[in-house]
Design a protein around this ligand. Structure first.
Ligand code: ZN
Length: 113
């Protein structure tokens, strides 16, 4: 399962940060997931719930924010929100655009103590 390995990855990063800061645990973690990242938020939440047992994240509040995707038209330069890779430009109907946001999966904030 894809989401489980992502959950484990997040935990590893958290463990490292806590260790570096000489802290004990994570109080709160904020994760941003782009809608084009291929990650199913509900599946990740479920995976995290199971995977954080006995880790620095066990008592943590986990906040996951979905980031909508944005593209820039390669023809006219218009920037617009998209739901998938095949949305035409709303201005000139051009079919090709560069994805400029929405593919990320990042830990935005972590509060540790
Ligand atoms: Zn365009």
């Amino acid at each position: 399962m894809h989401e489980l390995s992502i959950a484990i990855n997040i935990i590893e990063i958290a463990e490292e940060e806590v260790h570096k800061a000489n802290a004990k645990e994570v109080n709160e973690i904020e994760i941003e997931i782009g809608v084009l990242s291929g990650v199913i938020v509900e599946a990740l939440e479920f995976a995290l719930e199971t995977a954080i047992k006995n880790t620095v994240l066990e008592q943590s509040i986990v906040r996951i924010t979905k980031i909508s995707a944005k593209a820039r038209c390669t023809n006219c330069g218009m920037e617009f929100e998209i739901d998938d890779y095949f949305s035409p430009c709303p201005k000139c109907k051009h079919l090709f655009s560069d994805i400029i946001d929405g593919k990320q999966l990042i830990i935005k904030k972590m509060i540790i103590s």
